[in-house]
Write a protein of this length. Structure first.
Length: 371
């Protein structure tokens, strides 16, 4: 394996749309959402380890999840777990981790990957990342993997690429083929339905999956150019990174960082941005409905995780309980039915985006410990 290959596995989110299973104390990336025997973070770590040395996979998470990381990934060391003392979106933590990696290995190329995605064809994923790494090693490039849209989704951001761009790599030159790598025109916010339909009709739009690849040199340079204040803040600690004094510096300074995403911070401001259309099926597992889409269904199109079910006149439901709980459902169609300890959720799938609001109401009425 290439010792210059690194990964930042993003595992700090709460995943509140998967409530009541996902909570602030035990978010979705630490659950076996698919009923496969592995949690989402375990699946992601193992997927990355096909290409990247395990020692070079850094877990970026909130302080409160430190113990969960070590429980679920017992092979990782303290060096690999990068803790955020405060929630500051993705740009500050990516810059911080990148500077740590740069100090350790200035020749590093890296991938930033969320810990909670579902990817079926892991070999295709590995091949795509390898192609991106090959490009990033030889070019000053900020790269992302784009997902070919299957319908006009209004819940994702989009990447608009240049139809005319043809990025020639050494591999494609020797094989006399066109490269799949495209130059990015711009990132587009989550659209309304009609705009999303226009995007699909144009044919040069991809879903933004939040998976990034670059050399450590390129990403640090992008922060230095586009976010000088943020860069200055974290560069101040460079001397103490990867030493015993790092924790003190981070505790005293991390909270001063601007709350900003890596998309806004550097991707939308840089000219050297490229996208590789992914060749694998992908789902961001953001909602119960997206999980339902990926699970096997019974003869009435009910998706069941862990439960034993007896259904009558019930179809299209997402049913999840603890292991082997018997669930009887009669006369319900297209509902989310989730039983977890002190909470039972029975909620229409069509309103799944409102689960965050419902969670807030539950916490206001019954106490914060329910979230």
């Amino acid at each position: 394996m290439n010792k210059n290959y690194y990964a930042i596995l993003m595992a700090g989110g709460v995943g509140s749309r998967f409530w009541p299973v996902s909570t602030q104390d035990f978010p979705k990336q630490f659950h076996d959402m698919l009923g496969t025997g592995d949690t989402l973070i375990q699946k992601t770590f193992n997927r990355l380890a096909k290409l990247i040395p395990e020692d070079n996979i850094f877990i970026l998470t909130n302080e409160r999840y430190n113990d969960l990381v070590f429980q679920q990934l017992p092979s990782v060391t303290k060096r690999q777990v990068v803790l955020e003392p405060a929630m500051r979106n993705t740009a500050p933590c990516i810059l911080y981790a990148s500077l740590k990696i740069q100090k350790e290995n200035p020749d590093a190329v890296m991938i930033v990957a969320p810990s909670d995605h579902w990817i079926e064809d892991e070999n295709a994923f590995t091949n795509n990342v390898q192609e991106a790494f090959n490009f990033c090693e030889k070019n000053d490039a900020l790269m992302t993997l784009g997902i070919t849209p299957t319908f006009p989704n209004t819940g994702y951001g989009y990447i608009e690429y240049d139809l005319e761009s043809e990025v020639v790599t050494e591999a494609t030159r020797s094989a006399n083929e066109d490269s799949s790598i495209k130059s990015v025109n711009q990132f587009r916010e989550k659209p309304d339905y009609n705009t999303a339909k226009e995007f699909l009709a144009q044919g040069n739009f991809l879903w933004n999956a939040g998976i990034f690849m670059w050399s450590v040199k390129s990403v640090v340079s992008a922060f230095q150019n586009s976010q000088p204040e943020l860069y200055k803040l974290f560069k101040k600690g460079y001397e103490v990174y990867n030493t015993d004094f790092e924790d003190d510096f981070v505790r005293d300074n991390y909270g001063k960082a601007e709350n900003i995403s890596v998309d806004y911070a550097i991707m939308e401001k840089s000219k050297n941005v490229y996208v590789l259309p992914a060749t694998f099926d992908w789902n961001d597992l953001g909602t119960w409905g997206s999980l339902y889409d990926k699970l096997d269904k019974d003869s009435d199109s009910n998706a069941v995780v862990n439960a034993k079910t007896l259904t009558e006149d019930a179809s299209g439901n997402m049913i999840r309980t603890k292991n082997d709980k018997v669930v009887v459902v009669d006369g319900l169609e297209n509902y989310i039915i989730v039983d977890k300890d002190e909470v039972l959720l029975i909620f229409p799938k069509t309103k799944e985006q409102d689960i965050k609001k419902v969670l807030q109401k539950v916490k206001d009425k019954f106490g914060k410990h329910y979230g």
